[in-house]
Write a protein that binds this ligand. Sequence first.
Ligand code: AMP
Length: 203
Amino acid sequence: MTVPFTAGQSDPTVQPVPTSVVEQVDAADHTLSNPHRAVISLGSNLGNRLETLQGAVDALEDTPGLRVKAVSPVYETEPWGVEPGSQPAYFNAVVLVKTTLPPASLLERAQAVEEAFHRVRDERWGPRTIDVDIVAYADVVSDDPALTLPHPRAHERAFVLAPWHDVDPEASLTGRGSVAELLDALTREGVEPRADLELRLPE
Ligand code: AMP
């Protein structure tokens, strides 16, 4: 039952908070003030692609323990591994976040965002409403197939490196080197900036 509380009236249900609880909360706050940086790549090639990307950015921001710090420009990318023209082009973007979630929880959240947008998972290179990949998490290196870090193909994908470089020109990919240099080594063919489109940084 909710007891209405009127300003100026003391609330008998409010008890003093024990010191031990205050200490625990302070300790948790300390963790929150020391979040890890992570880089997330978004791609969509079905439906209203821009709206879907924005929805994913907003859903990430709505995650407890995660703050979206930067949102890249949008790129339009020809799909890989399929007959040219057989699938709509992707819109891609990169999001920089700070988070207190551990990597596995961040992946769970990324997958929940994909599910929320009804991503089609049947075909490996099939069209997808939204693809949310973790490009990097702090300097973590992992070859776990469930969560490989950095993402095993990020270093060869201009549609990841170009938007990442736009929002963080000094960035480097752990174990691979500077994003600027990795990008220089790749062709940008089929990866076009869409300066006419913009994603909003959540407030
Ligand atoms: P994909 O269909 O290419 O998005 O791959 C999804 C699968 O890749 C999922 O089963 C994830 O567990 C796995 N995976 C491994 N490393 C990563 C990563 N860095 N980011 C997202 N998914 C990953």
